[in-house]
Ligand binder design. Sequence first.
Ligand code: COA
Length: 160
Amino acid sequence: MKKTVICPGSFDPVTRGHLDIINRAARMFDCVIVGVLVNSAKNPSFSIEERIDFLREATKELDNVKVVSFDGLLAEYCRQNNVDAVVRGLRAVSDFEYEFQMALTNKKLNPQLETIFLSADADAMYLSSSMVREVASMGGDISNFVPECIHDKIVRGLRK
Ligand code: COA
């Protein structure tokens, strides 16, 4: 049976670390949905449309990946769309508590839904979207942190 997973996140903006997780999920599963979602604790710099555009550009060579956005609960979307599992990257021990809390909450809301953690690439252990935003907005070089094909758009967006 075909396996569908979702890589959810706020992706504000997508980094090379996120892309590494999406690439690896695309090799392991039949269909990967990248969900650009609302994290109510965050105040994003890029609109949902901009974040979707960045992700579509960065994943355009991956045939089994599609990028979507939706309001509401991740667990409910997964139930309605027959998603088998949530895939999240774990960077360090500090991520664990938050990730574990989300995984258990999603499981309570949708008992069929599993969460799979992939260890982040060693080069992405320190990466985060807020670090990328801060470096770029102060004129620093983010070329090692974001996919090359969307680098200029991200820089323009953060310097305006
Ligand atoms: N490489 C680089 N950075 C990574 C990373 C990796 N492999 N994995 C995570 N990060 C960073 C992100 O850049 C981000 O950095 P930031 O905090 O500076 O923005 C941070 O780690 C985590 O963000 P992200 O992966 O984008 O997820 P999130 O925590 O913002 O997303 C949602 C959480 C959107 C998945 C969650 O809020 C959600 O499911 N929302 C929908 C509503 C819902 O169902 N709520 C109940 C949830 S239990």
